[in-house]
Design a protein around this ligand. Structure first.
Ligand code: ADP
Ligand code: MG
Length: 345
């Protein structure tokens, strides 16, 4: 593993830990996302890795070299880690080119600008190299900040909500470009974000963070479709959560009929099924074992439609493609297309 974060802990106020026993690792050429709500400790975790904060407990290693522990603290500029701050933090009185060249202290002076120009071209900013930050749009500043971070060719780059100031369309294209730059350069990255769609589309693996702890680590598909806790299930997107009791089997009874589970379970359980793993049908012709429900709301979103169905006092969210057409107050039955996931917490 390139980066190993082992049981790190941090408090700013005694007795109020902001990062609790956090452990994860990032491989060579891997993009890892720390995803969680505002205030859960993501930025603090990045600042511990970069060395801008000292930790209270645990260790951080880069390529087996100890960077941080209670006894050792390597200075940020000696870690060989690139950092893109949330607000870009470009030097305001320097051009884009000077901003990028500034950190290239390992190169002889006359080579710095040549190389900085090359990196700016790679991030699509070659034509704007002589402009200052004030003359650049948010997206352009973001690319300069990225060029500045990758120019010294660090093994690891840390990105703190780097796309949050961009509008939706620019955000998506910049995300794709940045991902491809990181992958092509053979670097690894840790991305911090509160945006689940961003983490799902940008990262190879995601650590879902809640109140200073990582609740689950997995590929985007794993954390989305196999969440381990209510928090992860809900934070990754809309979902249907059922509580129920079960006798050592993999079928649970719900208001919408029998629901198959991803494993056997016993006793009181909580399970979750994504709205796109449910569908709705007209009740005509289906047997009486399906409980009828009624459409109480409908959200048309172009390529798909979300229906809210009430069944015996409970609400279900169902995503369908835009060819399944029902109206409000229509009577329907809800049917599962996949198994539900048993949640551990
Ligand atoms: P996130 O990036 O997930 O939004 P942060 O790591 O910035 O979360 O903050 C986590 C918690 O730590 C917050 O409650 C924040 O107020 C607190 N915090 C962060 N930095 C400091 C600091 N330098 N001094 C005191 N409290 C801080
Ligand atoms: Mg933050």
């Amino acid at each position: 593993m390139l980066l190993e974060v082992k049981n790190i802990e941090k408090s700013f106020v005694e007795g109020v830990p902001v990062v609790r026993q956090t452990t994860f690792s990032v491989g060579e050429n891997e993009i890892f996302a720390l995803l969680g709500p505002s205030g859960c400790g993501k930025t603090t975790t990045l600042r511990l890795i970069s060395g801008f904060e000292k930790l209270d407990n645990g260790e951080i290693y880069l390529e087996d070299d100890l960077l941080s522990s209670t006894k050792k603290h390597v200075a940020p500029q000696k870690r060989g880690i690139g950092f893109v701050f949330q607000d870009y933090a470009l030097f305001p009185h320097m051009t884009a080119l000077e901003n990028v060249a500034f950190g290239l202290t390992d190169l002889p002076k006359h080579k710095r600008k040549v190389f900085a120009e090359e990196v700016l071209c790679r991030t699509g900013m070659g034509d704007h190299q002589h402009k200052g930050p004030a003359e650049l749009s948010g997206g352009q500043q973001q690319r300069v900040a990225l060029a500045r971070a990758i120019a010294p060719e660090p093994k690891l780059i840390l990105l703190d909500e780097p796309f949050s100031n961009l509008d939706a369309i620019l955000r998506e294209s910049t995300r794709k470009e940045v991902r491809s730059i990181i992958k092509k350069a053979g670097m690894s990255a840790v991305l911090v974000t509160h945006d689940q769609e961003e983490a799902l589309s940008f990262a190879d693996r995601i650590g879902v963070m809640n109140e200073g702890r990582i609740e689950q680590i997995g590929t985007p598909e794993e954390v989305y479709y196999q969440p381990k806790s209510k928090f992860v299930a809900r934070f990754l997107g809309r979902t249907n959560i059922f509580e129920g009791e079960i006798e050592d089997s993999d079928i649970i009874e719900t208001k919408i009929g029998h629901l198959k589970l991803n494993r056997k379970a016993k006793g009181k359980i909580t399970c979750s099924i994504r709205p796109e793993h449910l569908t709705i049908e007209s009740p005509n012709g289906t047997s009486d074992k399906y409980q009828k429900g009624m459409i109480v709301a409908r959200e048309f979103k172009g390529h798909d439609i979300t229906y809210h169905v009430e069944c015996d006092g409970e609400r279900y969210i169902v995503h369908t493609d835009n060819r399944i057409l029902f109206e409000q107050n229509d009577e329907v039955v809800v049917r599962p297309l996949e198994s539900a996931v048993v949640l551990e917490r």
